[in-house]
Ligand binder design. Sequence first.
Ligand code: GLU
Length: 474
Amino acid sequence: MADITEKREGEFFKDVLKYFDRAAKFVDVPSGILDQIKYVNSVYRMRFPVKIQGKYEVIEAYRAEHSHHKLPTKGGIRFSSAVNQDEVMALAALMTYKCAIVDVPFGGAKGGIKVSPRKLSAEEMERITRRYTAELIKKNFIGPGIDVPAPDYGSGEREMAWIVDTYAAFFPNELNAMGCVTGKPVSQGGIRGRKEATGLGVFYGIREALSVKEDCDKWGIEPGIAGKTFVIQGFGNVGFHSAKFVHEGGGKIIAISEWDGAIHNPNGIDPLALEAHRNKTGSILNFPGSENVDKYGALEIACDVLIPAALENQINKENADRIKCKIIAEAANGPVTPEAEEVLNAKGVYIIPDIYLNAGGVTVSYFEWVKNLSHVRFGRLGKRWDETAGRNTIHVLEEMTGRAATDKQRSIIERGADELDLVYSGLEETMINAYHNIRNEYHGTPGIPDLRTAAFVNAIKKIAQSYSTLGVWP
Ligand code: GLU
């Protein structure tokens, strides 16, 4: 199987500009304001030495803040050997549009550290993360009201805990220090539900798309996730949780692809069993019942929904014409290049764009930040009150009917919402509303080519509103 990775370094931000320009034709905003929105406001490129295996190594890292139309700016930190300035800028821009689409009141940002976490020990990762945080502090590129990082490719709760600890050490009197980063462990100021949020949001988004009968008729499939076939690229945090929720929703995952190879099983793969297998063996390969296949070949297996949940540029002009799915659900940022999109649009493949579909992560990051600033867990005040109200309702009903409620009825009515219930409920509401907003934009705007353009139009209109105080348009 030919390698389909294309050398596209330096192209990603241009891709985002292309998407932006295509959408800008459908909005009535002065061109100067459009320019203000589309380019990156500030980029901090840093180099710092860290001791790795006894020797000093110079680490190259970035933080890009794309738009300050709302503060703080927000976006993850990527740890990858492929990090470069163009990539960080593109990802920061996507964050701006993403936040606008799901009505999260942040500007977009993104960080990147050019290292390969798989080759580093925990201590080395800690040294790099803490030093990176100190660099951000020096230049005022981090803070609860300035710029708030989060996990991204190659980082997770552990790194976020080091960041908040470093930040709090520098600012011991900062009451809101916890809000300087999201995606923290629950024990360090995190919120329940953040870890699975992007994958759960991906699931809600696909479920919503598959609930519209008119669209399903066009794709020639029955509405609903149950029974649909899925191929997933990436089994990291986003890929794993997308797989888990799709599987629980009755979807059949027939192939999963990772950095070291892919597995295929037409009868379906159980993501939890696969996770256990990987924990034991260190790889998804050689999973009992599945066949090992080529990692790029897996993307070309016929299925209803293909979920790229790894990196950008994965579906490009080399492989686009061999993709055989009805829907591409972009869980990763920028997985489909503009050239590939043209081919796929012509083939009638429906692309649910990243700037909508993977916004579940930043949505729950917003809830975490609000929790940190309010210094109280969601549900703490209301849960018991709701439970008492439920018990009172049962009591009144029992008195009125003369019949006792069953234990099952009691447990349904008596249950008060805890933090996880509220986070899931807020996320579900956000993903459903945003889907119909962009779909309505798509169907309601004559000449608009696809759902991605509609999503950009929706975002640009909202961001432009932030500049309307300049008095240049209503
Ligand atoms: N890195 C994630 C993204 O690309 C999450 C960002 C955040 O929570 O701030 O959307």
